[in-house]
Design a protein around this ligand. Structure first.
Ligand code: G3P
Ligand code: CA
Length: 346
């Protein structure tokens, strides 16, 4: 018994000397809405900063304009992330809608042409949490997806490396119901810029299921099924994300998607790492986890420092804990700091 115990201790000591990169590949780093912790999200400035900080992929959330142009916004309601409320010429566009079961009042991208949207300027989404970023308010226009593709092409030439794109279709069933489907516009634009196969540096993601299945039928680009700790896909009422995370559910996802995009709470619960990464890998799915942020308010209790919710916690340890679960990718608002944390375990 003693001999076997010593052997096990020796094995643990040996494993502790092996760098993480020797036993698993470093997760890909996805800049969530660009370097959105440091610049207004989804602006070219946020994406360029993320690329300069070494992000492997940049993440544009995509909605459509009235004239069918894909633009980068986290949601189609733009009152919270632009200066639209300060434009008297658009006062009569303010309206109330119910989108995916949620009632809201504001200004919506589908009620603006691209030319109209381009007169607006982006603002920091979280001015109370990230007050320093307010200095960038009203500087940058709303970016089109094509502008983002052009930025990536230019930055690839400058940096001498590939830079991946990780677009998310936002409210795809809702936009399709308006006669503004994402799919054709997205695949057409990606195709025109040379992205068409599973070898190309693109992942398309969605919280819905139907649009991913339709994309799989139309494209060989890699697809990611997003899931959350609560709720379910809005296009499959009665199905929960918990249903989709059973062994059978993961097997089903693997028939149309290449990976799973879970929230961090699904990977590390308060009591410790869950079994999801292993189960997803067994089903043949990659795992890309969202979203790692530096501020205490977004960190699990053990990584928070001091009482200030806006203050920054022990982000590096949080990133390393997530990486140690074996995930294949991480989304972060702070790609520079996330990259440093990932590299520190090499
Ligand atoms: O797409 C991954 C993550 O961004 C999902 O959440 O709401 O930030 O788009 P959200
Ligand atoms: Ca997203």
């Amino acid at each position: 018994m003693i001999g076997r115990g010593l052997a096990r201790i020796g094995l643990y000591l040996l494993m502790s000397l092996i760098p993480l990169s020797a036993v698993q590949a470093e997760p890909i780093l996805i800049a969530h809405r660009g370097a959105s912790g440091e610049r207004p999200e989804h602006t070219l400035a946020a994406y360029e900063r993320a690329i300069d900080q070494g992000a492997d992929f940049i993440e544009p959330d995509l909605v459509l304009t009235k004239d069918g142009v894909l633009v980068a916004r986290h949601e189609n309601e733009i009152g919270g992330t632009t200066d639209v409320a300060d434009h008297p010429e658009f006062a009569d566009r303010k309206t109330s809608k119910t989108i995916d079961g949620v009632a809201m009042t504001g200004w919506f991208t589908e009620d603006f042409t691209l030319a109209e949207l381009r007169t607006l300027r982006a603002r920091e989404r979280l001015p109370d949490v990230r007050p320093a970023n307010r200095r960038f308010d009203d500087l940058y226009p709303i970016a089109t997806f094509e502008e983002i593709l052009k930025l990536v092409r230019a930055k690839e030439a400058e940096a001498g490396r590939r830079i991946g794109l990780y677009p998310e279709t936002k409210h795809p069933s809702y936009f399709a119901s308006l006669g503004l489907p994402h799919q054709a516009a997205l695949l057409d634009l990606l195709g025109r810029y040379g992205y068409q196969s599973e070898a190309d540096p693109v992942f398309i993601q969605s919280f819905e299921v139907g649009n991913l299945k339709a994309l799989r039928a139309a494209s060989r680009l890699r697809l990611i099924q997003l899931v959350d700790a609560e709720g379910g896909p809005t296009d499959l009422p009665g199905t929960t994300y918990a249903d989709m995370l059973t062994v059978q559910g993961l097997t089903d996802i693997a028939t149309y998607a290449d990976g799973l995009g879970p929230s961090a709470a699904l990977i590390i619960a308060p009591e410790g790492p869950t079994a999801l990464v292993g189960r997803a890998h067994d089903a043949g799915l990659q795992v890309h986890v969202w979203t790692l942020r530096m501020e205490n308010i977004f960190l699990p209790a053990q990584y928070q420092r001091a009482d200030d919710p806006q203050g920054r916690g022990d982000f590096a340890s949080w990133v390393r804990a997530i990486a140690a679960t074996g995930v294949d990718g991480v989304f972060s608002d702070f790609p520079g700091q996330a990259k440093a944390a990932l590299e520190s375990v090499r």
